[in-house]
Structures are given as structure tokens and as C-alpha cells.
Design a protein around this ligand. Structure first.
Ligand code: MRU
Length: 350
């Protein structure tokens, strides 16, 4: 089962409802692009590549919902749907990237008629989803060469099949190493406030029989200082042209402690997550989420009434802490300004 997909019998978008895992496995269905946007905001679906694919299917849905009988009207409807979908979450560039690709596909089909544009958009969304699975496999293959037999890997948030269409980015590297028969152990950061590590990553590792321990985020430094971590693997929601990496809140702290302790730190990043238009990470918009995610645990308020919270969902790790970046076209090393651009060009040429 893919994290996000199109049901060709009902013409609906389907998603695994990630808010319910690991207790309940339920599929949510959507027949309105506005509901898809809400599902992204409310994190029914999450993870940069998964929300990109969801938005692409959202545009395909918007095309079917539009009553337009002429191309200009259809394109106008698609552009307003695109604004709503893009606003659903600001940090992951895959969302804007997928929406932009869909609008370009619609414009490229101009002259073929509204039905042809509708069909093209569904096919293009399907291509984005299928390509995601395939390139995650390639990143897994490249990244697995960094994992020694017997290695202990520290992992943050959830970057697995659930964060993508299938397979995963950083977790995909771990799956690939496991598939190659390497004996590995994963220290799973629980990832407060939403606990994607404890709830989703641990579930995915368990399904594949991969040895792991969940740790409190605050324990990561302890294990690194004691020499118990061989490599840190994380994902990214947006990587700037200079190699600064925006990822789940807490990643920056991990990277600093990793460098201090000589532990290699590798983000695993499809080229669709690289934003060459942004010179550095300070320009990446950081999503602020509701205070309740911090003030409450499992729906129960734990903080005193009257206390307030700050809840940035992502942080930026400056590239000086990044050992290398795993992409679908290989592992990129500094200088990132040059090598990331080359990686993007290589991926676009494939
Ligand atoms: O807020 P989330 O759960 O969407 O955050 C997800 C992450 O931070 C991942 O590391 C990132 O999307 C890249 S992994 C596919």
C-alpha cells in the first residue's frame, strides 16, 4: 500500500491516515482538492515527498472538479487550486515543486482540449508518485555504501515509506543496508512534539524486523559522546543551494553534536528537495505549528494553564555540519554550491 495514491475506480485520492498510526491503520479518501490541502496541513499525510505527491494528485482532482468547458477557465481554476495547495505547509519545497510541475503540464497540453488536460494531469501526478518510489530506491542503494556491517545509525523524525510515496529517504538507506544483509541497529529519536520517530519510524522498522531502540531526543548527545553512534542519517524538507538543510526541529542540535564527536552526518535528499533558488538556509520559510502540539501529550494538556509555547516545526542546519548529502544521482560532498547544482542538472538530464 502506498502512502498516497489515486484510486482509479472511484477517482479519489487515498492516503494512509498517519495521525492514527501505529494503533490504527486506516485509509482516508478525498474527492475535493481543498480536503487534500487540509489533510496536508493537519498531517494526515506528511513528509516532504509524500506531500508533494499528494499536492500533485490534488491538482488532478481540482481539474476534475472544475466545471470548465474551455481551457482558459480550466487553467484559471487550476491556478487558484494551486495557491490553496501550496499554502498548506510552507517549508517542504516538494509541495511547490509538484504544483509548479502540474501547472506546467497543464499549460503544455493547451490546445488539446479540457478532457485531455484533465487526463494529462492525472498521468503527470502518477509519474511524480512512481518516480518518487524509484528514486528512493536509488538513494537507498547509494546511501547503503556508507553503512558498515554492524553499524549503529541515529535517525530523526520519520523518513520512511510513510514520508514518501513508498520506501523512504534516510530510512530507505537503512532498509537498503538491511536488505543487503548488514547487521544494523537504529537509535530512533522519538521526535517531540509530534513523535514521528516513536510512532511511525519504530513501526516501519518493526514491520521489517530491523533492530532498534527508541530514545528520548535528549539522549542523542549522550550516545554520540560515548561512541555508540557510527552515523547520523536524516531527511530534508528543503536544502538550499549552499547545502544548508532544513529538516525536522532538532536536526540542527544533532548535527552540531555529531560534528563535535566526529560522527558523520548525512542528510538523504532527493533532488526535488533541493531549492537552487535559495542561496542559503536563512531564506527557507520555517513553519510554526499550533502551541497545543507542545503543551499537550497524547491529547492531554501537561503544561500549566496559562503557559504558552513556541513550536517551530523545522530548523536549519548550516552546511558546515554536513558531511555529505545522499541524492538519487550519488553522494554529494563539499563544495555543495558547485556539487548540488551538478547533481540537480544530472537528475534533470536523466
Ligand atoms: O513535519 P513532518 O513530519 O512532515 O516532517 C518530516 C521531516 O522532517 C522529514 O525528515 C522530511 O520530510 C524529509 S524525509 C522524507
Amino acid at each position: 500500500m502506498r502512502t498516497v495514491s489515486w484510486n482509479y475506480e472511484t477517482n479519489q485520492v487515498e492516503m494512509i491516515d498517519q495521525r492514527l498510526l501505529p494503533a490504527v491503520f486506516e485509509i482516508a479518501t478525498f474527492d475535493d482538492f481543498r480536503q487534500v490541502a487540509r489533510a496536508i496541513t493537519e498531517m494526515v499525510v506528511r513528509g516532504a515527498p509524500a506531500i508533494g505527491a499528494a499536492a500533485a494528485f490534488g491538482i488532478a482532482l481540482a481539474a476534475r472538479q472544475s466545471p470548465a468547458t474551455d481551457e482558459d477557465q480550466l487553467l484559471a481554476d487550476l491556478e487558484s487550486a494551486a495557491e490553496i495547495l501550496k499554502a498548506a505547509r510552507p517549508t517542504a519545497v516538494n509541495l511547490a515543486w509538484a504544483v509548479r510541475r502540474q501547472l506546467a503540464a497543464a499549460r503544455a497540453s493547451r490546445g488539446e482540449g479540457v478532457e485531455a488536460i484533465r487526463n494529462r494531469l492525472l498521468a503527470a501526478a502518477q509519474e511524480i508518485a512512481d518516480a518518487d518510489v524509484e528514486l528512493n530506491r536509488r538513494m537507498g542503494f547509494h546511501g547503503a555504501e556508507l553503512i558498515a556491517d554492524g553499524a549503529t545509525i541515529l535517525h530523526h523524525c520519520n523518513t520512511g515509506a510513510l514520508a514518501t510515496v513508498d520506501w523512504g529517504t534516510a530510512l530507505g538507506v537503512i532498509f537498503a543496508a538491511h536488505e543487503q544483509g548488514k547487521k544494523i541497529h537504529v537509535l530512533v529519536d522519538e521526535t517531540r512534539p509530534r513523535l514521528q520517530g516513536a510512532m511511525l519510524t519504530a513501526w516501519e522498522l518493526q514491520q521489517r524486523g530491523i533492530s532498534h531502540d527508541i530514545i528520548a531526543d535528549n539522549a542523542a548527545g549522550h550516545f554520540m559522546r560515548r561512541g555508540e553512534v557510527d552515523i547520523v542519517l536524516v531527511g530534508s524538507d528543503r536544502t538550499a543551494a549552499n547545502g544548508d538543510v532544513a529538516n525536522k526541529i532538532g536536526t540542527y542540535k544533532l548535527a552540531v553534536v555529531a560534528k563535535e564527536n566526529g560522527v558523520p552526518f548525512y542528510p538523504v535528499v532527493p533532488t526535488s528537495t533541493i531549492d537552487l533558488e535559495l542561496a542559503n538556509g536563512d531564506l527557507i520559510p520555517i513553519e510554526e505549528r499550533p502551541q497545543d502540539e507542545v503543551l499537550c501529550v497524547a491529547g492531554q494538556r501537561i503544561a500549566p494553564e496559562g503557559s504558552t509555547a513556541r513550536n517551530p516545526a523545522f530548523d536549519v542546519t548550516p552546511h558546515r555540519y554536513v558531511t555529505g548529502i545522499v541524492t538519487e544521482v550519488g553522494i554529494v560532498y563539499p563544495p555543495f554550491v558547485k556539487h548540488l547544482r551538478e547533481a540537480v542538472e544530472k537528475a534533470q538530464g536523466q
